[in-house]
Design a protein around this ligand. Sequence first.
Ligand code: GS8
Length: 219
Amino acid sequence: MAEEFVLLNFFASPFGMRVKVALAEKGIEYEHKDENLFDKSPLLLLMNPVHKKIPVLIHNGTPICESLIIVQYIDEISKDKSPLLPSDPYQCAHARFWGDFVDKKIHPTGRKMLASKGEEQEAGKKELFEGLKLMEGELGDKPYFNGETFGFVDLSFVPFNVWFYTYENVGKFSMEAEFPKLVAWGKRCMEKESVSKSLADPHKIYNFVMERRKIMGLE
Ligand code: GS8
């Protein structure tokens, strides 16, 4: 039987972009289905009844949920091509730690800053800066978080590279001035076709966020 992969996704989702990059790294063909998160499809509700969130990867009819778990699954089923997680157990745990850090300290703080104004927005910005400083420290002077090659932490974090434009415009700061190493790393990652073809247009993300901010009465 031919392998069949379907991705339930939403264009601006950093979580969905992770899965797209992983599938591109492995050269896996798939069908992409865009979800309306304000009117979820019966398929999404059937495939992710617990969280009811995208991304969901459906492999031969079986769903896999949660982006970092999906990426690990993709790496497991296609071990030989472009390995994403290190085979050494400690290195593997270390990479998973930083992938988890992105979910705990970058996404929620960025979201807090984008979905508020005034004092709450300032608090979100401060927390986001703390998270980004720690990411920059972890990157250090390496070309990639993984070292010389693109790996799991790079993949987990790289979708935020196309959110940085929105972060800096809404939060009124310059990524280049505050986090030059992350900006250089983002440019390096974008030179990879698997990344550039999988990530959303930063301006479209910005327009989407500004629409949401208007609806929420923040603009
Ligand atoms: C997060 C997925 C998520 O938040 C993962 O896959 O890593 N931990 C999960 N998905 C959002 C869209 S991106 O902001 C989602 O599906 N939201 C719909 C909802 O909350 O109803």
